[in-house]
Design a protein around this ligand. Sequence first.
Ligand SMILES: NC(=O)C1=CN([C@@H]2O[C@H](COP(=O)(O)OP(=O)(O)OC[C@H]3O[C@@H](n4cnc5c(N)ncnc54)[C@H](OP(=O)(O)O)[C@@H]3O)[C@@H](O)[C@H]2O)C=CC1
Ligand SMILES: Cc1cn([C@H]2C[C@H](O)[C@@H](COP(=O)(O)OP(=O)(O)O[C@H]3O[C@@H](C)C(=O)[C@@H](O)[C@H]3O)O2)c(=O)[nH]c1=O
Length: 287
Amino acid sequence: MRTTLIFGASGQLGQCLAHVAQERGTSGLVFLSEAQGNILDTEGLAALFAQHRPAYAINCAAYTAVDKAEDEVELARKINRDGVENLARLCGDYGTVLIQISTDFVFAGNGNLPLLETDATEPISVYGLTKLEGEQVIAAHTDRFFILRTSWLYSEYANNFVKTMLKFGREREELRVIWDQVGTPTYAIDLAGCILTIIETQNQQFGLYHYSNEGLTSWYDFAVAIFELGGLPTRTVAIRTAEYPTKATRPMYSVMDKTKAKAQLGVAIPHWQASLRTCMERLAAAQ
Ligand SMILES: NC(=O)C1=CN([C@@H]2O[C@H](COP(=O)(O)OP(=O)(O)OC[C@H]3O[C@@H](n4cnc5c(N)ncnc54)[C@H](OP(=O)(O)O)[C@@H]3O)[C@@H](O)[C@H]2O)C=CC1
Ligand SMILES: Cc1cn([C@H]2C[C@H](O)[C@@H](COP(=O)(O)OP(=O)(O)O[C@H]3O[C@@H](C)C(=O)[C@@H](O)[C@H]3O)O2)c(=O)[nH]c1=O
């Protein structure tokens, strides 16, 4: 059996892939932490590909600190663009299918209709720009790739908005949260399931896809839902983006249209409220 290499396996999505693979009994997955598979180490990567001759490489590795990226442009670009190119080159050489994860932050976010894969990109942050550059370097090396753009990832693993809200909610009586940025939260466990389905079904419909949960919300409404499900009495105050200054600018509207993913990847996508409930139940059970 040919293997699947998973880069960035210690991050949030990497841990969700391990969780879902264990649930499904998926075999042949090789989980690589940054120390075991640094996507900037071309010699190390070449050795891994020579050893495993993988059928798939899933790239969960990324520079994801959105605000910090504004000051660390070179490092963000190295990881989010050059690292992806290193993988794509080897995938081309070995006939490996590359599964790359990208973001809603490739869009400017000044529209008000769900974004299609064919819509124009216009990143407004260093993180968004370098992730887009990472998308763009792939096709020169291989046409056997899936790029999955996702948004607002959360889960019981690593750091994310849900866990931050639960922590702040326990510590503070009141929280001020932006209500004029609209998007769709995505349970990283659902995304991990989609990725494993692509592999298990040996899907050959390569290309660019949007994948988030269904529905839309604001960060404020998302926070309110988290506090309600978590049984926290925290008062949530809706504020405008201008009242919460951050180094990086974020899209005001980044809801993505998933019609293509549902038609071609064979996945049913849960609504964000249903998936949030599942995640909150698992977090509560783990306490
Ligand atoms: N989190 C989110 O809300 C969203 C994420 N995405 C995308 O989804 C993907 C997964 O994100 P997520 O799991 O949340 O991110 P995390 O930040 O949790 O995980 C990223 C992992 O990549 C590792 N990494 C960094 N540099 C390298 C390197 N040179 N070689 C190998 N590994 C490296 C990090 O290690 P270390 O911690 O040691 O630096 C970390 O474990 C990313 O592509 C991200 O851009 C898209 C939309 C939303
Ligand atoms: C903690 C906090 C955040 N916010 C706002 C700031 C921001 O607009 C929004 C989310 O903040 P965060 O810093 O948690 O999330 P952020 O890092 O902006 O999340 C993004 O990460 C990258 C990796 C992606 O690819 C995106 O899809 C998106 O998930 O919530 C508040 O309004 N009040 C608060 O107390």
